[in-house]
Write a protein that binds this ligand. Structure first.
Ligand code: FES
Ligand SMILES: [Fe+2]
Length: 351
């Protein structure tokens, strides 16, 4: 499986990290995380360079991590600081350190060349800390599928009528056309379902009596961040720019590819309704759990079929414009990274 490496991926929520060693697999690489005494999160390669015992099987000593086999000890910068039984520290005795940033309760890890890690590139949106919005964390959903199919599902409003008939969709949207535009590298797929019965989610939380206008905007930021802006308004004929006047939810999905057949979907939401009611956030998460379990079931069944006949090409139809655009952007990102790597190899002075 090919991945975009020069990108920030979500390692977990802030609450997931403490003074114990936490092993993760991201882009097929073993990573071990822990907090320093100052609270800062550290991420190191999860493999001792001596006999390759995962460092996550060792222990935290102050700011360092000690291997659980022969006690070699590594600092938060990945450098070896102690080899029991000898005074000299071999220069090759170090592990890779992954850049980490923590903001809004989310821990981000950079999987590419450390010198290219720019915190300005971390996904952000003003609603994380604006008045009138509530931020509510969800789960780390394991999906037995490669990340491209999971991401494709997140720029695909067309599946909602069929996969989520009791929560996020209903038959009213089955034949409503989808608008697809590219804004920079972001794929935006959207549609409005005007003057129709509210879907289950908004019946439960919007207290709507009659018909509503409902919108779905899927913003897919390649490679792995998805913002689904969806909502409903009892004021019919609502302008596209006035979505804040309705009940508006941003469901955020941060995909972290594990390997060729597994992805973690870190999901959460931000909403402009019931903003002081944490219980409402929990109840919304219950409905999200139902819906995302439906996606998981579909995506894992697809993965199983793909593995049976990997050479078969799927048929693409009109609603695939967004997914096709997304795959092309990711493929271009991977090609560009490879070209930079190749240039670096070509330019390296020969010994
Ligand atoms: S395997 Fe880590 S010190 Fe020997
Ligand atoms: Fe879905």
């Amino acid at each position: 499986m090919e991945y975009v490496r020069n990108a920030w991926y979500v390692a977990g929520w802030s609450d997931d990290f403490n003074r114990t060693l936490k092993p993760l697999t991201i882009l097929e690489q073993g990573v071990v995380c822990y907090r320093r005494e100052s609270g800062e999160v550290v991420a190191l390669e999860d493999r001792c360079p001596h006999r390759y015992l995962p460092l996550s099987k060792g222990r935290v000593l102050g700011d360092d991590v000690q291997c659980g086999y022969h006690g070699m000890t590594f600092g938060p910068d990945g450098r070896c600081v102690r080899v029991p039984g000898q005074d000299n520290l071999p220069s090759s005795a170090h592990v890779h350190r992954y850049p980490i940033q923590e903001r809004h309760g989310i821990v981000w890890i950079w999987m590419g060349a450390p010198e290219k890690a720019d915190p300005c590139e971390i996904f952000d949106m003003p609603e994380f800390d604006s008045n009138g919005w509530a931020v509510h964390f969800g789960d780390h959903l394991h999906i037995g599928s490669h990340y491209l199919n999971v991401a494709e599902n997140l720029c695909d409003p067309a599946h909602v009528s069929f996969v989520h008939p009791t929560t996020l969709g209903n038959a009213a949207s089955e034949d409503v056309p989808i608008r697809v535009v590219r804004e920079g590298d972001v794929v935006v797929t959207s549609r409005w379902i005007r003057n129709a019965e509210p879907v289950g989610f908004f019946k439960a939380f919007g207290n709507f009596q009659g018909h509503v206008d409902r919108w779905h905007y899927y913003y897919l930021h390649p490679p792995c961040t998805s913002v689904i802006d969806f909502g409903s308004s009892s004021e019919l004929g609502l302008d596209e720019e006035d979505r804040d006047q309705g009940m508006r939810i941003f469901a955020l999905h941060f995909l972290t590819p594990v390997d060729a057949t597994n992805t973690i979907d870190h999901w959460m939401h931000i909403r402009n309704a019931a903003t002081n009611d944490d219980g409402a956030g929990d109840r919304m998460n219950e409905l999200f759990r139902v819906a995302f379990a439906e996606d998981k079931e579909v995506l894992e069944a697809i993965q199983a079929e793909e593995l049976k006949q990997p050479e078969r090409r799927s048929v693409r139809i009109a609603i695939d414009r967004g997914p096709n655009m997304y795959r092309r952007i990711v493929s271009d990102m991977i090609t560009a990274e490879k070209a930079i790597l190749q240039t670096a190899v070509d330019e390296k002075p020969k010994a």
